[in-house]
Ligand binder design. Structure first.
Ligand SMILES: O=C(O)[C@H](O)COP(=O)(O)O
Length: 254
């Protein structure tokens, strides 16, 4: 889809959304990889996102492997004319390259070449998961602040590095989320596709750091509320943010 506006050719749109409020309310616990579903409020937040995005025709969607992101994505796509279809690919370890590569698509699953006109391919990947919180995973934030100090927990959560004990730093999340974005999502944007990514506080902060070239210091201030959107359009080789930065007064559920 090409929209020409003020002589700038806009091709694809990128929409980043953090999942709705999870059952273990944010701020109460450090969820990490604990696979908790959305709370009632989280479902309402996802429905608000669905409404906000209903006029953007999503061509392709990505989510982490965690329920809260996939549930939010499914609710958002329910407002689209097309229906989302989860695509499953078998991957195998390539001895030569030392990396996992998708060998073939499962023959009992439709896949992009066979998807009918009215389906939206959905890819899920652990590359977009929230950080692994190590010793803090699933623990109450307050208890961890009592044990390690509020300042230390804040540094672990918001600094680029280091991460929590035995857990992932934001840098480690960046090193798995950004290559996935570059290899699987940027080509679709360059081809004019509208792409929706539904993920988590840390994986989205990593993507914003890459897209907006945020410094290791300034990344502390970039935070997504639950159900928060960041919308970009791809034009002339870069992604330009369309919606306003999150103001401190809008920060909630951090
Ligand atoms: O640090 C936190 O607040 C949580 O780990 C955020 O993770 P989430 O985006 O999956 O809720």
């Amino acid at each position: 889809m090409q929209i020409s506006r003020q002589k700038v050719v806009i091709t694809g749109h990128l929409i980043l959304v953090r999942h709705g409020e999870p059952g273990l309310k944010p701020g109460d616990r450090l969820s990490g990889w604990i696979d908790i579903p959305l709370s009632r409020k989280g479902i309402e937040e996802a429905l608000e996102c669905a409404k906000a995005l209903e006029n953007i025709e999503i061509d392709l969607a990505f989510a982490s492997n965690l329920f809260r992101a996939q549930e939010t994505l499914s609710i958002i796509l329910s407002a689209q004319k097309k229906t989302g279809a989860f695509i499953h690919e078998r991957t195998e370890f390539n001895e030569q390259t030392g990396s996992k590569e998708s060998s073939e698509r499962l023959d009992w699953y439709s896949y992009p070449e066979k998807l009918s006109e009215n389906l939206i391919p959905i890819y899920t990947t652990p590359a977009l998961n929230e950080r692994y919180y190590g010793q803090l995973q699933g623990r109450k934030k307050q208890k961890m602040e009592e044990k390690y100090g509020a300042e230390q927990v804040s540094r672990w959560r918001w600094n680029f590095e280091p991460g929590p004990p035995e857990g992932e730093s934001l840098k480690a999340v960046y090193e798995r989320a950004v290559p996935y974005f570059q290899n699987n999502i940027m080509p679709a944007l360059k081809n004019g596709k509208n792409v929706l990514i539904c993920a988590h506080q840390s994986s989205l902060r990593a993507l914003v750091k890459y897209i907006e070239k945020v410094s290791d210091e300034d990344i502390r201030e970039i935070r997504f509320s639950t159900g928060e959107l960041a919308i970009y359009h791809y034009s002339e080789g870069k992604l330009v943010r369309e919606n306003e930065e999150l103001g401190p007064e809008l920060k909630r559920n951090i």
